[in-house]
Structure formats: C-alpha cells, structure tokens
Write a protein that binds this ligand. Structure first.
Ligand code: XIL
Length: 379
C-alpha cells in the first residue's frame, strides 16, 4: 500500500469510528447534529478528559463582529492565542506608544469564558512596525527589546498560560553552523545573545507564564526538517546549559497534505528531545494545506487533510510532554492559507485546512482531532 492509499483508508476509518450513525452519512456537514459536537462532544471536553488543552488562533476583528465565532470559541476551546494582536507591530505601532485594544479584547473575552491565553509573540523577524527599520540601531536594540517585553509582558502578567518569547530563530539557509537566522533584524542588531536576553526579560515580566521557543518545519521525517529540528534542539540545549529560563517548545505544525513525508522519526525526536531537556511541548499553529492535492472534490481533500491531522497529532500525543494542541484558526473561511501566497497550484480553489467549514459546521478534521484526543494517554 502506498502512503497515500494508507492515509485515505485511515482517514475513512478514523472519521467514522466511534461516531453515531446519524453523523456518518455523507456529506457529514449537512447531517451533523450540533448537539453531538458541543458540551460532552466538544473538542475541549475530549481534550480535558486526557489532561490536554485544545485551542485556536483568534482573529480579534471577528471576535468583535461575529457572534457565531464567539459561540464556537466558547464551546470548543480551553485555550486561545491571538493570530496577530499581540505581535510587536500591532502592540507598539509607534516607538513611544502602545495599542492594547485588540490584545485586551482577547484577554478579557478569554477571562470571561474561563479560557486560557497563549501570548504570541515577543521577538520575531516579521510583524515589526514600520518605524522599526529607521529607528532601531546596534546602540538601542537591546533597550527596544527589553522595553517591549517588559511593557507587554507586565500588562498581562498572571493572565498568560505561555508566551512565545522567540519565534522562528532558526533558518538553515542563512548558512551559519549553529543554524541561527542571521538575517533577522534582532540578530543583526544584537547578535546571538538576543535570545537569552529575551527569555530572561520575559521571565521578569511574567514569572508564571511558560516561556516557549516556537518554530516551524521541524515536524516530519524529511532530511530538511531533520536538520532544522536538530538545530532547534542544539539551540535549546545551549540555552538550558547556560541557565536561560525556558519551559517549552512550540511546534507550529503548518503541514501539507500533498507531502509524502511521514511523522515517525520526526515526532519521536520532538518528544524525546523535549523530555530530555525537561521541556513541555505545545502544538501551536496546526493547519494542513491542500493546495497541492489534485483532486477537486472537497470531500476527498477533507479526508486527506483529516488523515494528516490524525497521523501527526496521534504520533505527537504518544508523548505525555505534549500538553496542548492549537489550530491556526477555526474556520476555513478565515484561514491565512486562503491568502494568495499559499494558493499556488490551485489559485481559484479555497483551501480547507481547519476543523470547521465556512458555516462553522464540523469537518472530518474536527473528528480526527477528537479521535486523536480519545486515543491519547491521560497526562
Ligand atoms: C500569520 C497570520 O496568520 C497572518 O494573518 C499574518 O498576516 C502573518 O502571520 N507563523 C507564525 C504566525 O508564527 O504568527 C503566522 O501568522 C503564521 C506563521
């Protein structure tokens, strides 16, 4: 059996196993009984039963305007993360002034609904405000970094489950032996010690948040991802050894249904590597592209996408160090993967990477997630 055939078969059995007959008829979307997917049937009920958190990235514009969106968030998730609202650019639009409107709205929504919040993120080479390039220098960069983390981190002190302190610091293509992204403005201005400074400052700003290093392209068994994964662990090892405060590894998991790479060695190395360093693991930005799949039938693509979720999440949850699973969005309608940049092979076709469709009805991905939680050991 080829991997593709296996995936297809697994997806079919996965999405039907354990689901009431009422929900089994195709297409699932039209027949889904809403009662069966909320309350005891929700993602968060199934995750909580295993000691897991489950969540999604939140678009604060939708949070304000779409009651159905708010309803799904409160019904399904025990943790949320701002898709953009806590990044450097949005929170510090001018050198001397901060804007917390969107981030505050997320945190108060979460508090009111007993949902935890991930902070994303303090230090990244992207999402920097327009003023940054013209203002930041080698002389003031450390102060800019420290002031930003202290200001944003202290504002939400005690309210954040975990902060992505540094995002995507490894970029093998830059050619350094340690794999650090030397093209990041933070590296250019401060050098490799920007990472330690960011983590130490974050600990001071919010001593109870779990401090996380977050990266992508480190999940599968390919040579490329194995190399990047190794560089990430070398970095984490160095930080641990020098006493940098770090508690968790964030595995973004932007996956691709058209990829033939599997998740055996990759997920095992992530779990084992984190366990040896005493780090928790969070799946922070899970979604699965289907642009590369040739089949135009949405039901077929949904099954393939669900099979990737099932295989990746299933393998990850074999390790008790994996504590949280968050998708990068809720409904396909608002996924960042429906931006032009990600629709290359099929520019006129919508991608279907998330657990809910554009009507907020559950898709096979929803059931794949729930089944993966059910199968996991209690942690
Ligand atoms: C993305 C958002 O989803 C988009 O809305 C935004 O335009 C760009 O950033 N890795 C990350 C996230 O850590 O912050 C990115 O989010 C997706 C990739």
């Amino acid at each position: 059996m080829t991997r593709r055939e296996w995936l297809r078969q697994a997806a079919c059995s996965v999405v039907t196993a354990g689901i009431p007959a009422l929900l089994r008829a195709e297409p699932r979307e039209q027949n889904a009984d809403p009662a069966a997917i909320t309350g005891a049937g929700s993602l968060k009920a199934h995750a909580t039963a295993r000691g897991l958190l489950t969540g999604a990235a939140v678009n604060t514009q939708l949070l304000r305007t779409d009651p159905k969106y708010r309803e799904v968030l409160t019904q399904q998730y025990s943790i949320v993360v701002g898709e953009n609202c806590m990044k450097f650019g949005p929170t510090q639009p001018k050198p001397d002034s901060y804007d917390f409107n969107d981030a505050d709205s997320l945190v108060s929504f979460a508090e009111a609904n007993n949902i935890k919040v991930r902070g994303h993120n303090f230090v990244w080479h992207e999402a920097l405000p327009d003023w940054f390039a013209g203002t930041a220098t080698k002389e003031n960069a450390k102060k800019l970094l420290v002031d930003h983390i202290m200001t944003v981190g202290s504002r939400y002190r005690g309210k954040i489950h975990s902060w992505d302190v540094v995002n995507e610091a490894i970029w093998i293509q830059d050619g350094r032996p340690d794999g650090l992204r030397s093209s990041s403005p933070w590296f250019e201005l401060i050098g490799p010690e920007y990472l330690d400074l960011a983590f130490r400052t974050a600990r001071q700003a919010d001593p109870n948040a779990l401090l996380t290093y977050n990266d992508y392209g480190i999940e599968n068994d390919s040579e490329t991802e194995t190399r990047k994964r190794a560089a990430v662990f070398d970095l984490l090892k160095r930080m641990k050894a020098s006493g940098t405060p770090i508690d968790a590894l964030g595995v973004q998991a932007h996956l691709d249904a058209a990829s033939t790479n599997s998740f055996n060695k990759g997920t095992r190395e992530l779990r084992d590597g984190a366990r040896h360093l005493g780090l928790q693991v969070f799946i922070t930005e899970l979604d699965v592209k289907d642009d590369g799949l040739d089949d135009d039938d949405p039901a077929t693509r949904d099954r393939e996408v669900a099979a990737v979720y099932r295989s990746f999440v299933g393998r990850m949850l074999e390790g008790k160090e994996v504590k949280a699973v968050l998708t990068w969005g809720v409904s396909d309608a608002h996924s960042w993967l429906n931006g032009k940049r990600w629709k290359v092979k099929h520019p006129n076709r919508s991608q279907r990477p998330l657990p809910f469709d554009d009507q907020y009805l559950p898709k096979p991905v929803f059931f794949a997630l729930r089944d993966s939680f059910d199968e996991a050991k209690r942690r």
